[in-house]
Design a protein around this ligand. Sequence first.
Ligand code: ADP
Length: 395
Amino acid sequence: MTHPVVLTLNAGSSSLKFGLYAIDGAPVEMAMGLIEAIGRQPRLKAEFGGAAPAVTRDLAAAEAADHASALDTALGLLRAQFPQAQATAVGHRVVHGGPGFDAPVVVDDAVMAELKRLSPFAPLHQPHNIAGIEAAQAAFPDALQVACFDTAFHRRHPKVNDVFALPREYYDKGVRRYGFHGLSYDYISGELGRIAPLLHDGRVIVAHLGNGASMCALQNGRSIASTMGFTALDGLPMGTRTGQIDPGVIFYLVQQEGLSIDEVRQLFYTKSGLLGLSGLSNDMRTLEAAGTQEANEAIDYFVFRIRRELGGLAAALGGLDALVFCGGIGENSRLIRERVCEGMGWLGIELDRGRNTENATVISTDLSRARILVIPTNEELVIARAAKGFLDAAV
Ligand code: ADP
C-alpha cells in the first residue's frame, strides 16, 4: 500500500534542504533534512519526527557530487525510512518569480522556460532552483512540480515601492524592487491570523533575521514594503552580505581599486556583512560570545540598521501595532531583540525583559502599545501547503 506525501525541496548554491509531509489532511511534517557542502565535503543531517532517531553524517563525495546526486541520496534515506511514502507532488522554493508570478504555480514547459529566462535576475540562486526542479522531474515523472517564489508575496506591494528612480525603460525590463523571504512572511502572516487576528489586520513589521535578513511591513496581512530590493543584497546587513550600500562604492572599487565586477559581487555577497565587519564570523552566536571590539561593532551596525528600517517601515505603515521577530537570530537571540527594542517607546514598543529572556511568544509588556512577538517561521510548510492545494484542486 502506498501513502501519498508531498516532498519539499529548497536547493541553495551548495545545499539541498528537503522535507516530507503527510497530506491526509493539512500537511504534517514527517521528515526534514539538509545536505550541505554539495560538490565539496558533503554532510547530511536529517530528522524524522518521532519515527526514528536523527541522522548526522559525512557523505562520500559521490553521494552529493551535484544537486541530482544529493537528491538521490536524500530520496534513498527517505525511502528507507518511509517505504510506503509516494510523492504525488514536489514543492520547490524558487528565489525569483520576476514581475509575473504573484502566487505558486505548477511547473510545465512554459513555466520552466520563464524560470530560465528569469535566471539573470538571480544568477547565484535561480540556476540551482531550476536544477532542483529538473532533478525532481527525473525522479518523479508523474508528480506535480510546484514552484513557490520568494518574491511572490511582495508582488502586490504599491507601485511606489516597486520602482527605482531610473529611466522608465529599465522598469519595463524588470529592474524593480522585488523583495524576498516572501515564503517566510507568508507563513508569519498566516500565523498572526491564527493566533492574533486583530493584529493580523493591523500594521505589522516582521523582522526575518537569519543568515539572510530582511524586514517587511504588512498591512492587513499583505506586504506593502520590504527592505530587500532587486536582489537579496539590499537592506539589512547579513551574515556575509553588505545590505544597503551606496552604489558609488561599486564605481570606486572598479575604477580606483581595480576590482572586476565578479570580484565586487563576491565581496558584496560572501565577504561582507557581519563577517566583513567583525573579521571573525558570519554567525551571530560566535559574535555574541566573542566580545572583541570588531565583533561588537558588527553587532552594533546590525542593530542600528534594523532600528532605522523599523522607523522607516513604521512610517510607511503610518504606525505600528506589532513587531514580529523570526529567523535564526530573531527566534533565538535575546540580546539582539533587546537591543533592537531599547528606547523604542516613542514607537509604542516596550520590551518585557523577563519574557524576552524566556523566549516567550509575546515579549512586550502588558502596557506596550504595540505587541512584540517571536514566531518561529516555517517556509517549508508554506511550500507543502501550496503543493497540497494544487493536488486538492486536481481531484
Ligand atoms: P538561514 O538564513 O541560513 O536560514 P538561520 O535562520 O538558520 O539562517 O539563522 C542563522 C543565524 O541565527 C546565525 O547567525 C546563528 O548564529 C543565529 N542563531 C541561531 N541561534 C542563535 C542563538 N541562540 N543566539 C544568537 N544567534 C543565534
